[in-house]
Design a protein around this ligand. Structure first.
Ligand SMILES: [Zn+2]
Length: 73
């Protein structure tokens, strides 16, 4: 299981990225962005499915570095 965090601040393309707790970028940016812990999941797919169901109004993508299997672009 990994802990997952959602960046509540959108990127310039409008995406909100989700990160694992172990992600380098999460550690780099957690001071300046508004990350929310939203749960522990066994897979990246479960994590993004839950995040999208919790925040259906946000455009959510996986981080390219820590969640490559769910990163879309
Ligand atoms: Zn990441």
């Amino acid at each position: 299981m990994n802990n997952y965090y959602l960046n509540k601040n959108a990127q310039s393309n409008g995406d909100h990225e989700i990160h694992k707790e172990s992600c380098y970028y999460y550690y780099m940016y957690r001071g300046g962005f508004n990350f929310e812990f939203f749960g522990a999941f066994a897979t990246e797919f479960e994590a993004i499915r839950y995040a999208r169901s919790k925040y259906p109004y946000l455009k959510i993508d996986g981080c390219a570095y820590c969640c490559p299997s769910i990163h879309q672009k």
